[in-house]
Design a protein around this ligand. Structure first.
Ligand code: NAP
Length: 488
């Protein structure tokens, strides 16, 4: 444990949906890593909950593979699993809840975290039952996984139901993108250096691109995904949060509400996209059969049981922030499945120099770019123009000042969930979404969804393994710009 990894109080963490994909692939390995670093105090309990009939040992066995894959030795995994248990419970039935409440009540002095890693339809039932059984004591917190609703109305329904049991200060709406090192590094870069902030405005920044590209298709998540689509699944939450971190005004401190107040102002300043302009500034796509990572892969419709769908697996759009800092600076956002590479990055493109003193033989003068890569290899690159070394005429080169975190610090970066889970235990909501942020994001997204639905147009087809429909290229090229490729 390093000095910066302050110890937390003993806690009980209940994971509803403890047998699910997220719990096994992400949450338990994240907790395991924190355990190995000595941050899970003795006496803390991690309790998985789902309907499946398992006992403690059965649950522990089901976690072993994932924990070994997360780098755990047998001794460490055994020691960690001593703190892990399981209770079968149905969120929708009363049976078993009295015994569960008695179990949780055994450690009344512990911080209590109820992590709802289930489908959001269950959030209302789970919170009502937690309330009914008196499980919200002063040190309880609830964590809500995305998606929080599928529009403003359904988000309000969930938030109202959660709010009947837990205060806003106890409610942690997780967006794991905010726990990524690069995103926090954006705070450090912007507000820990004198260099960037004077340039961080419409006078010096030409435009911003945010890309979240996946190579995978929908796979077994088709039933969920087909009801959501790329805008609801990625853009309305993760990508808008990234946009906010780039665009917000400097908060007065890192206090939770100071940061969230600034993000909220950005969300409220987004220019409306509705039936009057959606056709010009948004592009929806859906992948067809093609090739991904050297393998031929089926199209979206082939993967769906029903075989018919108007759901978008790709979206690109041009967002605008209507305030003094960002007037006239487009934020181009694109996300999709079955794209050529798995990459999430923010590219801040600065304006060209006002006048070139170099002749044509020097080569083209590229614009400076700050590239913040969230995955696969987290890091920051600042692209600069320098002279090509050596004698001869003056030729220019565009080269990156490259800070790959893994190389610079010689360690594998912790997964975002590791940080966020401990932030919940500590009661620090800075990196979690406040209710009004979720509402503002839906208020902006709902008219886009309504415009698409009113137009009745099917999403444009694109070949799996390509960068989406050609209209997405046209969207940015119409403005005389191009999408950034390969971190440039
Ligand atoms: P999942 O694999 O389908 O798991 C769902 C879990 O909920 C299972 O443990 C299931 O176990 C349990 N469950 C279902 N009905 C229940 C009931 N009535 N009472 C109690 N438990 C019940 O889903 P997931 O992929 O882990 O996703 C969980 C949540 O996280 C979703 O909201 C998802 O959108 C979000 N999320 C997931 C990922 C990811 O990478 N997987 C990423 C971001 C967000 P039983 O069937 O045995 O009850």
């Amino acid at each position: 444990m390093t000095a910066s990894q302050a110890q937390v109080e003993a806690f009980d963490l209940v994971i509803f949906g403890g047998t699910g994909d997220l719990a096994i692939r992400k949450l338990l390995p994240a907790l395991f890593h924190r355990f190995v670093d000595g941050q899970i105090p003795a006496g803390s309990r991690i309790i998985g909950v789902a309907r499946e009939s398992l006992d403690d040992d059965g649950y522990r066995s089901s976690l072993r593979t994932a924990l070994h894959e997360a780098g755990g030795t047998k001794a460490k995994v055994d020691a960690f699993l001593k703190q892990v248990g399981y209770r079968p419970l149905d969120a929708r039935k009363d049976e078993g809840w009295d015994a569960f409440a008695a179990l949780i009540g055994e450690q009344s002095e512990h911080v209590r975290v109820f992590y709802l890693s289930t489908s959001p339809e269950l959030f209302v039932d789970i919170c009502a039952r937690l309330g009914h059984h008196g499980l919200n004591h002063g040190k309880s917190r609830v964590v809500l996984e995305k998606p929080i609703g599928r529009d403003l109305a359904s988000a309000n329904q969930i938030n109202d139901a959660v709010g009947r049991v837990f205060a806003e200060s106890q409610t942690f709406r997780i967006d794991h993108y905010l726990g990524k090192e690069t995103v926090q590094n954006l705070l450090a870069l912007r507000f820990g250096n004198a260099l960037f902030e004077p340039l961080w405005n419409a006078e010096h920044i030409d435009h911003v691109q945010i890309t979240v590209a996946e190579t995978l298709g929908v796979g077994h998540r088709g039933a969920y995904y087909d009801r959501a689509g790329a805008l609801r699944d990625m853009l309305q939450n993760h990508m808008l949060q990234l946009l906010c971190m780039v665009a917000m005004e400097p908060p007065s401190s890192l206090a939770p509400d100071a940061v969230r107040d600034e993000k909220l102002k950005v969300l409220r300043s987004l220019k409306a996209i509705d039936e009057t302009n959606a056709a010009q500034v948004t592009v929806r796509g859906q992948y067809r059969a093609g090739a991904s990572e050297g393998q031929s892969v089926p199209g979206y419709l082939d993967e769906l049981a029903g075989g018919k769908s108007n759901t978008e697996t790709f979206v690109a759009l041009k967002a605008e922030i209507q305030n003094w800092r960002w007037a006239g600076v487009p934020f181009y956002l694109r996300t999709g499945k079955r794209l050529p590479s798995r990459v999430s990055e923010i590219v801040v493109v600065f304006k060209p120099v006002p006048h070139s003193i170099f002749g044509a033989s020097a080569g083209p003068l590229a614009q400076n770019r700050l590239v913040l890569r969230l995955q696969p290899d987290e890091g920051v690159k600042l692209w600069l123009t320098i002279k090509h070394p050596g004698p001869g005429g003056l030729r220019l080169r565009h080269v990156p000042l490259d800070m790959s975190f893994a190389e610079a610090f010689g360690v594998q970066q912790p997964d975002a969930y590791e940080r966020l889970l401990l932030d919940v235990v500590r009661g620090n909501p800075t990196l979690f979404m406040r209710r009004d942020e979720v509402e503002a994001a839906w208020r902006w997204a709902d008219p886009i969804l309504a415009a698409w639905s009113a137009s009745g147009e099917a999403p444009r087809p694109y070949t799996a393994g390509s960068w989406g429909p050609s209209a997405a290229v046209a969207l940015i090229e119409r403005d005389g710009r191009t999408w950034s490729e390969d971190g440039e």
